[in-house]
Design a protein around this ligand. Structure first.
Ligand code: SF4
Length: 780
């Protein structure tokens, strides 16, 4: 919905009906639906069958009081005086829930009312055309209605929406007036905070993207949110999306919003925390439909009251949504999804805007929102986006289906199995890069996906999780295969298991390099599509937003992020000066140590000597970072052997949340010791240990990713595409981890600390160029 003037609100027919015509249960039983392309092709085919006089995409609009309703009807046959609404589907039409059908009729009747008014018709034939994209057949449901009936229907629905629309228009007016008057919630900006805020504001006014490198301790969250709140009225922003890579970032954003609300208690700003379904679900043992979950049963009957109550809350965080869910007996997760339409600031994971079927991006396009996007800790977006646009198909995932797959799926699944076996015969290496996708296997996978889709349509009550998981993996793979181009790699990994050997958890990818080549062993293959450059997928996401700011303490070099993320040409990169003084931090380089793989054993003793000496000079809490768990263990053993009295503790593999908490709890202002952690792991980013809780860090290695066949292929491809293979694969991602880890030491302007960079390569000028400019380095 948009407010075009003081008195008129405009709503699309689709939005109006979604608001007023949804009734009954929430029913999200999985049913395969046509892709966007299949939908468009279906519409085009139906139109083609109608003949030359058939009008498509008929623009219609009409008013009801202060509400303007508009939209495009799918097709009008003037000769027959017949208006059509085309819906594409897959599977059995009878399986479509009645409330979906009711929604389709509501849309068509609203279009009918608008058309009758436009052409002065007394009566109109309405036809809902259901087009089966697999069979290419049509089923028409036809009704004839008088103009008076349709007008009454239109008025009834507009009346239901009008009160809400007026309330929303009033909300936007008072929100924007209050934002115009809003002042910064603290007495003054911190050093650098104003500069960052001004850059974000300028980008919003100019309607462009921005990359901002700003150090920790600056208050970046508020420095980015506040200017967008200020820019919202002038730039007519509908929404601000604050996107994070981790839950901790989400919490910081909600804290900043709480600070704004505390400062301006009357500010009518609605914030929403988007929480993953697994975390918000109240009945994880149930399915999302009325026959299974009590919070889905009658959901739409109670939604209006829950929605009305929800907008009274300034911040809809997870707990508030949960309470409202309990109070109104509605699912808190889907209440949150509904409230995304009515919130001003939305805080959630990157995937809500950047992944393939990102909800916030789809809504932005569908509702024509003008949005401002903030990408917190944006250095994470490269790896996260690569994961979003990659896919793996594993031979052993078929094994899990062997017992549960129904008989009617046997044929397509057996065909797929045979293709895997054939592929295994022609690929005997642990890792093989493919220049082309394996056609036969892909075709078998398409057939399996289609058979599974039909099966789910025919058996909506049977929601076998294993089968569904397999279906989604295969579907994701086939979709990524359709988009496959030079920006991704295709490879086959092979792991050979001897008889009786179990399959390792997590599939073949992780452990396959050390195995293979044994002709008597049983092969297990995985076929991988690995995205290398996500830019083509992300480009449209940046263009859809009015403004996007990517910010992080480590966002250099700019070209690396521009190239890989697909930011618009000319996106400025700014660096905000650190609020910290060089005197707060001593940076030493141990130029006599090489942590290159081949020198690690011989340099261990020198490395732990540096650590022990630093500790002896100034006892306190230190973090020591290593590039892998095994390197960490070797260094720990060496330190414990030669300095048995030095207190130390270490990060374990796959620590639970509680174990992570107890690791961090050992850093107290009074404690002393060295904690060993993995570079790039849970303790090298996003943790805050101010003052005496952490006084120093040791960083062994340059954090370069492991040299393995996959990374080597990434290097090659990045060389071909962007001419920067080695730096883009190894150096920049490695140094970004180093700077993030080092950033744990100085957290406030009162902190003092030391960083020891343990490798001679830190002496190189090009490496030092990637370190924060405020550091003053002292070679050891
Ligand atoms: S509570 Fe859980 S199972 Fe029920 S509708 Fe919500 S997400 Fe689905």
């Amino acid at each position: 919905m948009s407010t075009s003037s003081e008195s008129t609100s405009t709503v699309a027919v689709r939005s109006l009906c979604e608001f007023t015509a949804k009734r009954g249960d929430l029913d999200l039983r999985f049913t395969p639906s046509p892709t966007a392309q299949e939908g468009m092709a279906g519409h085009a085919l139906v139109a083609e069958r109608r003949g030359a006089d058939y009008q498509t995409e008929v623009s219609l609009s009409g008013c009801h009081g202060a509400l303007q309703v508009r939209g495009r009807a799918d097709g009008f046959d003037a000769k027959r005086q017949r208006l059509e609404e085309i819906k594409t589907f897959k599977g059995r039409l009878e399986a479509m829930p009645a409330n979906h059908r009711a929604l389709h009729w509501a849309q068509l009747k609203i279009y009918g009312a608008l058309l009758c008014a436009k052409l002065g018709l007394d009566e109109l034939e309405l036809a809902l055309i259901y087009f089966d994209v697999n069979k290419q057949t049509e089923t028409a449901l036809v009704e004839t209605h008088s103009r008076a009936d349709l007008q009454a229907f239109f008025s009834h629905h507009c009346d239901q929406f009008l009160a809400w629309a007026e309330q929303e228009a009033q909300h936007l007016r008072s929100r924007d007036a209050a934002l115009t008057a809003l002042t910064f919630p603290h007495a003054q900006f911190r050093s650098g905070q104003r500069e960052l805020a001004a850059e974000v504001y300028r980008a919003a006014v100019a309607g462009r993207c921005l990359m901002a490198q700003a150090p920790t301790g600056l208050g970046k969250t508020l420095a980015t949110l506040f200017p967008l709140l200020k820019a919202a009225p002038g730039q007519r922003l509908d929404k601000i999306f604050f996107l994070t890579a981790k839950t901790s970032g989400r919490a910081l954003a909600l804290d900043s919003l709480a600070t704004v609300h505390k400062h301006a208690p009357e500010l009518p700003l609605r914030s929403l925390e988007l929480v993953a379904k697994e975390k918000a679900c109240e009945h994880p043992d149930k399915a999302c439909h009325g026959e299974s979950c009590p919070l889905a049963e009658g959901f739409y009957e109670r939604l209006p009251q829950a929605r009305q109550a929800a907008i009274q809350h300034g911040t809809l965080d997870r707990d508030t949504l949960r309470r409202l869910g309990q109070q109104y007996s509605v699912c808190p997760y889907y209440l949150g999804q509904e409230m995304a339409r009515w919130a001003d600031v939305l805080v959630g994971d990157y995937n809500y805007y950047f992944d393939q079927s990102a909800m916030l991006h789809s809504m932005t396009e569908a509702y024509g929102w003008r949005v401002a996007v903030l990408v917190d800790e944006a250095h994470n977006l490269v790896s996260r986006a690569r994961a979003m646009y990659s896919a793996s198909a594993r031979q052993d995932s078929l094994t899990a289906l062997r017992h549960s797959a129904p008989a009617q799926l046997k044929k397509p699944l057996d065909r797929l199995k045979r293709c895997w076996t054939e592929l295994g015969k022609s690929h005997d290496q642990p890792f093989e890069l493919q220049t082309q996708l394996p056609d036969k296997l892909l075709q078998a996978m398409h057939q399996a996906v289609s058979a599974l889709g039909e099966y789910f349509q025919d058996h909506p009550a049977q929601q076998d999780e294993t089968l569904q998981r397999f279906y989604f993996e295969a579907l994701q793979f086939t979709r990524m295969a359709e988009a496959f181009d030079a920006n991704s790699l295709c490879d086959i990994e092979r792991e050979d298991l001897t008889e009786g050997q179990g399959l390792p958890g997590g599939g073949a990818a992780a452990s396959s390099f050390r195995m293979g080549g044994n002709s008597r062993a049983k092969p297990r293959l995985s076929l991988n599509l690995r995205n290398v450059v996500p830019a083509p997928f992300l480009r449209q996401r940046f263009l859809s937003a009015h403004t996007v700011t990517l910010f992080s303490a480590t966002l250099q070099p700019a070209q690396f992020y521009t190239d890989l993320l697909g930011l618009p040409d000319g996106t400025p990169w700014v660096e905000v000066a650190s609020p910290f003084q060089a005197e707060q931090l001593q940076v030493h380089i141990a130029g006599h140590i090489s942590t290159r793989y081949q020198h690690r054993q011989t340099s261990l003793r020198a490395l732990v000597d540096v650590m022990a000496q630093a500790y002896a000079d100034k006892p306190g809490n230190y973090l020591a970072f290593f590039s892998s768990h095994s390197y960490l263990q070797e260094a720990l053993q060496c330190l414990q052997t030669h300095y048995p009295d030095l207190p130390c503790w270490a990060q374990g593999r796959r620590m639970s949340e509680a174990e992570q908490q107890s690791f961090l709890a050992r850093f107290t202002p009074e404690s002393c010791g060295i904690a060993f952690a993995v570079l790039g792991g849970s303790f090298s980013e996003g943790i805050d240990l101010p003052g005496a809780r952490l006084i120093g860090a040791f960083i062994a290695t340059l954090g370069l990713p492991q040299v393995n066949p996959v990374n080597e292929q990434f290097k090659r491809r990045l060389d071909e595409l962007l001419g920067q293979g080695y730096d883009y694969t190894y150096v920049y991602p490695g140094m970004q981890k180093v700077v993030q880890a080092a950033g744990r030491v100085i957290r406030t302007v009162h902190d003092q600390g030391v960083i020891h960079l343990l490798d001679d390569r830190y002496l190189r000028r090009e490496v030092q160029a990637l370190l924060p400019s405020w550091w003053q380095i002292t070679p050891a």
